[in-house]
Design a protein around this ligand. Structure first.
Ligand SMILES: *Cc1c(COP(=O)(O)O)cnc(C)c1O
Length: 391
């Protein structure tokens, strides 16, 4: 099919739930995509933080190919070697206790919510199932995770939503304490709100929330679907804050481009879910798990340093370019937000036309999530387009 045929087919046969840009990829390598007409794009998005090691990374392709050649799926009634290896990494690198594997961020968050509610039910009985989340958060698209998402625009059309969610302003400790009435079993948050605008939560606030939750046996669930797996310059964003969550969810970048999500439990909830209490057909998929083992094998301390250096470099270059349209630049590792005066969608469109892929977030932010291993050459090439588009 040529480009026009793909656009036409998509338009006719796929539901119109995405406002797509007219890019039809042909092939890609590193952090660069070529479309059907040979036009080149530098990718500062990683497919929303998914392609952690860019496109067609040799080791990643080999890991996927090797596992697919052995066996591609076994049901969860049997054991899965790559998943057991991945779980060991997740537990040892997080300092938490055990893992449940699913297929997406929303599904990981659903599981975390079930885990928290069951813990509280076992210990305190009914009536303590409310979960406090933050305004500007994003937790997924299922009926429950939409309810968990603290943005009114997501609470439309699909009524009735799952009960038992309350929202507070990020950074306001007193508001959060007041929201934590006796019916509350958990607080759930992103440490850097991704979709909400690359809002980096303050250190003192996060540490105070941790302490308050500990004092009241309220579980702290961290949604690390976007921030996890090296994105913020540590394997987990909470390692930038010197805290440990009770439950942590990951997805997006974990398998470097294949669908996988997980929730990781700390000490309190590690035995809360027993046989037949939770499950999913594709969970622990061997090919996805093998891909994730490859991704995690590369998240060494040296590599994390390079992620931090590149994030700093990109942010500094944008901030020091003296562009009037740029209000501020914030970043944690390679999760970068550029607050602009103009419409961020206009910047995205200009960059796209000139051959650079970027994202937006919140009302006024251009968001960058480059592949963690992006080359210096691709950074320079992308930045020169971006600086023009920002003007
Ligand atoms: C993307 C995202 C989700 C949803 O993940 P899906 O894989 O799309 O279900 C949930 N939480 C956060 C923080 C995200 O960035």
């Amino acid at each position: 099919m040529n480009r026009e045929q793909v656009l036409q087919n998509d338009n006719q046969y796929i539901m119109h739930t995405y406002g797509r840009l007219p890019l039809v990829p042909d092939h890609a390598s590193g952090s660069t995509i070529w479309d059907k007409d040979g036009k080149k794009y530098i990718d500062f998005t990683s497919g929303i933080g998914v392609n952690a090691f860019g496109y067609s990374d040799e080791g990643w392709v080999k890991a996927v190919f090797d596992q697919a050649s052995k066996y591609q799926h076994v049901c969860n009634y049997y054991y899965c070697e790559p998943a057991s290896e991945l779980a060991e990494f997740l537990v040892k690198s997080s300092g938490l206790c055990n893992v449940f594997f699913g297929n997406s961020g929303a599904e990981a968050n659903e599981g975390a919510i079930k885990l928290a509610r069951k813990y509280s039910f076992d210990k305190y009985g009914e009536g303590r199932a409310t979960i406090v989340t933050l305004h500007q958060s994003f937790h997924g698209r299922t009926v429950t995770t939409l309810a968990a998402t603290g943005q009114d625009v997501f609470h439309q059309y699909f009524f009735p939503f799952t009960e038992g969610f309350k929202y507070c302003d990020a950074g306001d400790l007193e508001q959060l304490k007041a929201a934590c009435t006796p019916d509350v079993c958990a607080v759930m948050m992103e440490l850097v709100q991704g979709e909400g605008g690359v809002n980096i939560l303050p250190m003192e606030y996060v540490q105070a929330v941790r302490e308050f939750c500990d004092q009241n046996d309220i579980l702290l669930i961290l949604d690390e679907v976007q921030t996890g797996m090296g994105r913020t310059g540590k394997v987990f964003a909470f390692q930038n804050y010197g805290i440990l969550p009770d439950i942590c969810t990951v997805a997006k970048g974990i398998a470097g481009g294949l669908p996988m999500g997980a929730f990781i439990s700390g000490e309190k909830t590690k035995d809360t879910l027993g046989a037949s209490m939770h499950g999913t057909t594709f969970g622990s998929n061997p090919v996805c798990a093998a891909a994730a083992c490859y991704v995690t094998s590369r998240l060494t301390d040296d590599f994390m340093d390079s992620v931090n250096r590149k994030g700093q470099l990109i942010s500094d270059k944008i901030a020091s370019a003296g562009i009037d349209n740029v209000v501020s630049v914030r970043h944690l590792g390679m999760m970068i937000g550029i607050q602009v005066k103009s419409s961020p969608k206009d910047v995205l469109k200009k960059a796209f036309d000139a051959g650079l892929l970027v994202l937006t977030a919140g009302k006024d932010v251009v968001r960058l999530l480059p592949p963690l291993n992006i080359s210096m050459g691709e950074i320079d090439e992308g930045l020169s387009i971006l600086l023009e588009a920002l003007k």
